[in-house]
Design a protein around this ligand. Structure first.
Ligand code: MCN
Length: 785
């Protein structure tokens, strides 16, 4: 089947995207549309003593100026965090309140205190600048370590010492004992830098309250419109669920940052009801830096023990996770369930213990960003591994090989049950492709040119799919994370797939049709995807955690099973054969071993005309299914990075990057490679270029592309991307997620390579030329002493 599973089908959606025909939220124009501009705090921490909006209200074209007291007065609820994390001492999270518009206190630069609604965007922005807010500044703290220190400014009344939770996982006493008796100890302080998500399309929302129908519509840049509707109605009381339609049309990237319901969506909906106008807001880039949820920001101390045979006997990790000024949907889950549960990496380690403190600071809220917790875990483990190899004077590849999990299923001491994998095979494939054996020769040749060449490994594992619902629920999530699908065969035989997954760059319109094409032997052009609209798709959990393949497509498989069963019954009836003899292939329903057949569209027609179907059968051909996976999926791989450093300037060039991944069954290799390429660019960005920087007053010094450096095309090499797969036993297609792997696995490979080149292991991300140069100076100073 040329367009089925494994085919490099070109992305159907690209026709409209690359010809400028995509329809994004900001492209939607409603009649009688007004524009919102937010009045944002210029202070990182302040009391709000009053708001004077009289000048703004007097301006021509200003419809209204609304504030937090009005919002809470109308019963609009606080923004919630959807995952409970219980502290070591059994207490629940100390959660501060987050109102979509602040009332008495602002807690980060960008915190919204009021919104101006006006006839044009320009008037709204101008008017917002004329709103006078009486702020009384308060002391500020931006780092998690500082926020936990005695005497730090108190950010939320009910989170004493700024501690949201102090959570633990693993076996503490046995880990302590294993470390005490270990032959070798490796100890490191590791910082995982704060990142801004930077999707190509900034966040946007347009809300319409239709008074005559008592109905709300919200177009928004969401990765999960159904969850948005649920949360907006059930928790924020903005509109009853059955009277609210949420549509996420084309979305230009999200990387996790569009999972959450932000203050702006809540405010636009509420303001639409207040003003009886459609209300539109689209973020600009500076606003995006100031308000899109950031990612990472961990400060970690890790200790690893090895025995005399270099087997790891224990791992102990303490992490302080900066969660910013407020907690949003996934924020508590990211540094706990999605991080510490993967700290043992690809290795068979009997004793692992981690404790994590979630901390409030006067910074932008931190939540999931591509990988969410898993890049932080793989960075800790893979930096520790490389450091251990260097301290022991052994080959890093050999040390990993010795410690790999080799038998599956494998239960780790930190909850996860790895179901499949062949880590040694991925490592071998990557080593062969990267010509690891020939590296020392290349290093010597580079030295002759005055360059420092280095090589670094990263053997990552991640947990995708986020499942099953019972387990996710027991971890404190408000909802289980299953997925839904409906397969509609139309009377003419074309097929529409309604899915709860949401494509915002991942190519679902292509890959989802491929599995249907494969099953029924139809061309993909006869199959289309319906998604992103709560009025069209019954319910869905959306796209994040690389779950749409393994979970979303599995729901489609389940629905196709039901369609197939009905088609066989109709085929057997019409063709006067036994159901057992009916096969479906090449777009036809056939009787095995005969030339009797019905074409696919004839089956569709039969189902809807309904005069020649089995007695008692319901007319129509449409089935739905809900799929709840039995486990996470565990994509894994080996990444090898080779760099050259100019010792005069610290400028680092990636010469070669080799990735061998295990994604189970691959539906579309081209799309999967694209996903890996994108993830690698983001991981390399984190390792070498990107970082949100705050000054001590809580002002972002990196809130524009002048200061926040994204990787450009010439910063990344032509990757060598390859696969060595083991089938996932947990879902019908055998798939594992691929959407985050590149971002998870690449940062440690890059830093391991650079530190290998410069001979100094003490290097934080981003490894900018000045950071690398400083580390080189430190190394030569140490050598001279
Ligand atoms: N696929 C496949 N074979 C596999 C696994 C996946 O062919 N074995 C295909 C899938 O059918 C899908 C794509 O690869 O078309 C990605 O699938 P999957 O790994 O299931 O990830 P999701 O579709 O759930 O996407 C989420 C993931 C995440 S969590 C982030 S963050 C991310 C990412 O996808 N954000 C992205 N990739 C992104 N790509 C773009 N362009 N923009 C983003 O915002």
């Amino acid at each position: 089947m040329s367009e089925g599973i494994g085919a490099r089908v070109l992305r159907k959606e690209d026709k409209r995207f690359i010809t400028g025909k995509g329809r994004y939220t900001d492209d939607i124009i409603e009649p009688n549309q007004a524009y919102a501009a937010f009045v944002r705090s210029p202070h990182a921490h302040a009391k709000v003593n009053g708001i004077d909006a009289s000048a703004a209200l007097a301006m021509d074209g200003v419809v209204d100026v609304l504030n937090g007291h009005q919002l809470t007065g109308d019963g609009i609820g606080n923004i919630i965090c959807g995952w409970g994390v219980t502290s070591k001492d059994g207490t629940p999270m100390n959660m501060g309140a987050w109102s979509a518009l602040a009332t008495d206190t602002v807690r980060y630069v960008g915190d919204a205190v009021a919104v101006v609604i006006a006839d044009s965007k320009e008037i709204a922005k101008l008017a917002a600048e004329s709103v006078v807010v009486d702020y009384e500044t308060l002391p500020v703290v931006v780092g998690s370590v500082e926020a936990l220190a005695d005497g730090a400014p108190q950010i939320h009344e009910n989170a004493p010492g700024n501690l949201i939770f102090d959570w633990e996982i693993g076996n503490k006493e046995p880990t302590d004992a294993a470390l005490a008796s270990a032959e070798h100890i490796v100890e490191m302080d590791i910082v995982n830098n704060r990142l801004a998500p930077n999707p190509m399309e900034p966040r946007s929302a347009i809300a319409t309250f239709n008074e005559s129908e008592d109905h709300y519509t919200l177009y928004t840049t969401s990765q999960n419109p159904h969850v948005a509707r649920l949360v907006l109605s059930a928790f924020y009381n903005v509109a009853p669920e059955h009277k609210l339609r949420v549509i996420a049309p084309d979305v230009g990237g999200g990387f996790g940052s569009k999972i959450y319901i932000y203050p702006e969506e809540i405010t636009c909906l509420w303001a639409s009801m207040k003003t009886n106008r459609s209300v539109k807001w689209t973020s600009d880039r500076t606003e995006a830096f100031l308000t899109d949820a950031h990612g990472r920001d961990h400060v970690t101390h890790a200790t690893m023990g090895l025995d005399k045979n270099h087997k790891i006997v224990g791992l102990k990790v303490n992490t302080k996770a900066n969660l910013g000024a407020y907690m949003s949907l996934f924020s508590s889950a990211t540094p706990t369930y999605l991080y510490a549960t993967l700290l043992s990496g690809q290795y068979n380690i009997e004793n692992v213990y981690a404790d994590v403190q979630g901390v409030y600071t006067n910074t932008v809220p931190v939540d999931a960003y591509r990988g969410a917790g898993r890049p932080e875990a793989s960075f800790v483990m893979e930096r520790m591994m490389e450091t251990a190899a260097r301290q022991l004077g052994v080959d890093p590849a050999e040390l990993r090989l010795k410690n790999f999990v080799k038998e599956f299923p494998h239960q780790t001491p930190v909850i996860m049950a790895y179901d499949s994998g062949d880590f040694a095979a991925n490592q071998k494939q990557a080593m062969d492709a990267a010509d690891y054996k020939g590296f020392e020769k290349r290093r010597a040749e580079a030295a002759k040119r005055g360059k420092l060449r280095g090589i670094g490994f990263s053997n990552y594992i991640e947990a995708c799919g986020i499942a099953p619902s019972a387990a996710v629920g027991s971890l404190g999530a408000g909802v289980g994370l299953w997925e839904s699908a409906e397969v509609r065969v139309n009377p003419v035989g074309t097929i529409e797939i309604l899915t709860g997954s949401h494509s915002h760059g991942q190519g679902h319109e292509t890959t989802f049709t491929q599995i249907v094409a494969e099953r029924f032997g139809l061309p993909t052009e006869n199959i289309s995807i319906v998604h992103g609209d709560t009025d069209k798709v019954q319910f869905g959990m959306g796209t994040y955690g690389s779950r749409s393949g393994a979970v979303g497509m599995s729901a489609i498989v389940k629905a196709m099973d039901k369609v197939e069963a009905k088609v066989k019954k109709i085929g057997a009836h019409v063709l006067e054969a036994s159901e057992d003899d009916i096969i479906i292939e090449d777009g036809a329903v056939k009787v095995k071993g005969t030339d009797k057949q019905m074409l696919w569209h004839e089956v569709g027609l039969a189902a809807y005309t309904a005069h020649n179907i089995p007695e008692g059968m319901e007319p129509g051909l449409k089935e739905s299914a809900f799929y709840d996976p039995s486990n996470f999926t565990f994509p894994a791989g080996c990444y090898i990075c080779e760099v050259e450093v100019d010792p005069e300037t610290g400028v680092t060039k990636i010469i070669q990057f080799t990735a061998s991944d295990d994604f189970g069954t691959i539906i579309n290799p081209m799309i999967v490679e694209g996903q890996v390429h994108g993830g690698l660019a983001q991981g390399i960005g984190q390792a070498m270029f990107e970082g949100v920087v705050y000054d001590p007053d809580g002002q972002q010094l990196s809130a524009s592309y002048m200061d926040y450096c994204m990787p450009r095309a010439d910063d990344v090499p032509m990757y060598q991307v390859m696969h060595q797969s083991t089938e996932c036993p947990g879902n019908p297609l055998g798939m594992k997620g691929c959407g985050e792997a590149g971002a998870i696995g690449s940062p440690p490979a890059v830093i391991n390579a650079i530190t290998d080149a410069i001979g100094n292991n003490n290097l934080n991300m981003p490894a900018t030329p000045s950071a690398v140069w400083a580390a080189l100076q430190e190394a030569s100073k140490q050598a001279a002493e």
